[in-house]
Design a protein around this ligand. Structure first.
Ligand SMILES: [Zn+2]
Length: 308
């Protein structure tokens, strides 16, 4: 193949392409206009540009798609993880609900034990009871954030209500304990009951007399204890009572311990139930070593047996 070797002289606006076939007998030429070549070149350039652009675009799209796919996978993983956490949270919340139900039941049981009117009124507000019955059901549904959020709010409110209820219960119990501690309920000493409360034959043989307490006889020096918490009102010699201790327990209740050999407390002193306050003796008007134990309610002597 030869280009532009022989006549005629080529036109400037066209290329002459001479083709010499290997086995052909004649040479022939093709004239191509420069414009056509230019157009072809431009077209080729445009095609190449479009092709390159398409390829780049395709690669970009492919990259974006891969990235999106990875992000989607990550998102799915995060989503699965969050769902698992949600399920765990639902289980924990359900457990908390059960715990709260048991707490409510415990609260109600305690109130019944305390048997306080005020407590019983509050205990009726216990929203859930736990019994031995196991029946349950309803359609199964997946936990949702809204459900859990509402449940947590309910639990929060229930916990606050329970806290207040338990505070009231504690106050009621404390008050009851204080009342119990300040109520004479034990024997002041050990020994034999030699004289009961009420009318009796006079120990001195002068008919009968009113005995305002009980007499418990034992050896001199036997410990005498306070039968309830209280404050020592007096601790001194008091006529026929001899060496006597008087304790004020509040609520109008006073206890008296007479005929002691030795006094161990002083007026104003706080004593606890069971604390030794004196030793048994035979002081005052007495026929032998014993403790004259007396309980007064609002100034009137009552039968100590009803407190024992
Ligand atoms: Zn007596």
């Amino acid at each position: 193949m030869l280009l532009n070797q022989k006549t005629p002289k080529p036109d400037r606006r066209e290329y002459t392409l001479m083709i010499v076939p290997h086995h052909a007998k004649s040479v022939f030429s093709i004239r191509i206009p420069i414009k056509a070549v230019k157009y072809a070149a431009v077209t080729l350039g445009i095609c190449l540009t479009i092709l390159t652009g398409t390829m780049l675009s395709y690669r970009y799209q492919a990259n974006v798609a891969t990235k999106e796919k990875m992000e989607l996978a990550q998102l799915r993983e995060v989503n699965n993880k969050q769902y698992s956490q949600l399920e765990e949270l639902a289980k924990t919340t359900a457990q908390l609900q059960e715990d709260m139900a048991r707490l409510n039941q415990l609260d109600a049981d305690l109130r019944r034990m305390v048997n306080s009117e005020e407590s019983a009124a509050t205990s009726r507000s216990a929203p859930v009871r736990v019994g031995n019955h196991s029946g349950q059901g309803g359609p199964e549904s997946k936990p949702s954030i809204n459900d859990l959020s509402n449940l947590v709010k309910e639990l929060g409110a229930s916990a606050k209500e329970r806290e207040q209820s338990l505070i009231n219960l504690k106050n009621a119990l404390t008050e009851k304990n204080e009342r119990l501690a300040a109520t004479p309920s034990i024997w002041p000493t050990s020994g034999d009951v030699t004289s009961r409360f009420g009318w009796r034959s006079s120990p001195w043989g002068w008919g009968s007399d009113w005995h305002p307490g009980i007499d418990i006889a034992n050896d001199t020096g036997t410990p005498i204890v306070a039968t309830a918490d209280g404050v020592v009102a007096s601790s001194s010699w008091y006529g026929g009572y001899g060496k006597m201790v008087e304790i004020d327990h509040g609520n109008g209740i006073v206890t008296i311990y007479g005929h002691n050999s030795q006094l161990l407390v002083t007026p104003g002193q706080h004593v606890k139930k069971g604390e030794i306050i004196a030793y048994m003796g035979n002081t005052g008007i007495s026929t032998g070593s014993h403790c004259h134990y007396e309980i007064r309610v609002n100034g009137t002597a009552v039968n100590p047996s009803s407190f024992l």
